[in-house]
Design a protein. Structure first.
Length: 445
């Protein structure tokens, strides 16, 4: 066994969102080894260093890929197997001078970077706050050369997850010389949830790429990239990204991404699911095969990302703070509580993407409500951050404008803050850490 090549990549994000500027660095090291008999292995180490003001966070991950390409009559057989911390996938296929076909399958609990050759560094929680859940996917793709430098690509991927409707991604594209483009559609349960397209020009020394993803809830993700070959083994690229989501205003951001890549040693054969052909690496058959697998896995990632929750989550607002989630649910339920003279309550919880939402209110009696256990009353994969409840209508028997001693004690025992909606239309908050109560503002009554 010997090292065939070593690829170093430095990817830096400058992200401008509602919370200000943040800098995120992604150094990567990919080592490819010849194992003999047509086999090769690639080990990628990826490190994240995020800085926002005085805050800094560093972590790393590893992706390992085994691949094989064997010349057979009348074409080439391809096989690859990739492992990441929370994902694994396998792919195999066959290619001739004019045709390339591939089948792929995999499973995990969240799509990692290795799964998206069509759209790299995608934020899977951008479109809505879906929960991380086990999944399986499978699909296929093909590339057909029709002559005169023209080829067509097609791919389809199905994603399954327990308790959720099946999600499907389909792609159709065409390549003419150095130009290529395609359209994709994303479905869940047979209904469209998103769409998009990509356009690429790859010259000898320069490249341009535009990508766009749109969801039916109004969210969009647009990216424009430019790349330059600064050396036979080096490439530099700049990408501009705009992301907007009307259901989660604090996720609106613009990013500038700089990528510097240098390869040392012999050009490696196709290993991880990326398109090596953009740098002129690998054989023609391996490049076409890599493109087909990258597109197929990419539409699967997009289908999962755009519809990562259930159908009831797609139109659900996402709040940047627990206070915002409390204002939202209290404005809706407090008038009902006053009119019915019944307490209502539930939980404020944090989603995996960092946003907040509330459980549906539970109705109680005129002086109490049982909202259940915080560990079992919020959706799987989320964490309760506070309780909320109302105090029904005006009643001279009770001090309904203030937290009761039982309310305060319950918050302290479970270790979570509490929100109270009063008959007069005030939203109050009990902060457990300081045992203080504050008035946040007015709500409907």
């Amino acid at each position: 066994m010997r090292i065939r090549s070593l690829k170093l990549t430095l990817l830096t994000f400058l992200a401008a969102a509602n919370v200000g500027w943040a800098q995120i660095e992604y150094p990567e090291v990919a080592s490819t080894f010849d194992l003999g008999r047509g086999f090769s292995a690639t080990v990628e180490h990826e490190y994240h260093n995020s800085r926002h003001g005085a805050f800094s966070q560093f972590n790393g991950s590893e992706v390992t890929t085994f691949s094989m390409h064997r010349e057979l009559r009348p074409g080439t057989f391809h096989y690859g197997n990739t492992f990441a911390q929370s994902e694994s996938h396998q792919h195999f296929g066959f290619s001739t001078d004019r045709f390339t076909g591939a089948y792929f399958q995999g499973s995990g609990v969240s799509f990692s970077k290795t799964g998206s050759g069509l759209y790299t560094d995608l934020n899977h929680y951008f479109f809505h706050g879906g929960n991380r859940a086990p999944f399986q996917f499978k699909g296929g793709g093909l590339n057909l050369d029709v002559g005169s430098g023209v080829s067509v690509q097609m791919a389809a991927t199905k994603v399954k997850s327990p308790g959720l409707e099946d999600r499907d991604g389909r792609y159709a594209g065409v390549s003419v010389g150095k130009w290529s483009g395609g359209f994709f559609g994303l479905e869940r349960g047979g209904e469209g949830v998103g769409r998009g397209f990509n356009f690429t020009f790859r010259g000898v020394a320069t490249g341009i790429e535009y990508q766009e993803v749109l969801s039916n809830t109004g969210a969009h993700l647009r990216r424009l990239g430019f790349s330059w070959r600064t050396h036979p083994s080096s490439r530099f690229s700049v990408e501009l990204e705009d992301a907007r989501n009307p259901l989660y205003a604090d996720a609106d951001e613009r990013r500038v991404m700089f990528r510097i890549q240098r390869t040392f040693g012999r050009s490696r054969s196709f290993g991880a699911v990326e398109q090596d052909g953009e740098d002129g690496e690998g054989t023609g058959k391996q490049t076409k095969y890599g493109t087909v697998v990258a597109i197929g896995l990419g539409v699967g990632v997009l289908a999962a990302a755009v519809s990562s929750g259930d159908s009831g989550d797609d139109g659900a607002a996402r709040f940047a703070t627990p206070d915002e989630a409390a204002f939202d649910v209290m404005n809706k339920i407090n008038p009902v509580s006053v009119r019915q003279n019944r307490e209502h309550g539930g939980w404020i919880y944090k989603k995996p993407d960092g946003s907040y939402d509330s459980t549906n209110p539970v109705a109680g009696g005129e002086a109490s409500v049982n909202i259940g256990n915080p560990a079992t009353s919020v959706p799987a994969g989320t964490a309760a951050s506070a309780s909320y409840h109302t105090h029904a209508g005006p009643d001279p028997r009770y001090d309904n404008e203030n937290f009761s001693p039982q309310d305060v004690l319950s918050d302290i025992l479970i270790g979570l803050n509490g929100y109270l909606g009063t008959p007069a239309g005030f939203l109050k908050k009990h902060i457990v850490a300081t045992n203080q109560i504050t008035v946040l503002g007015r709500i409907a009554n």
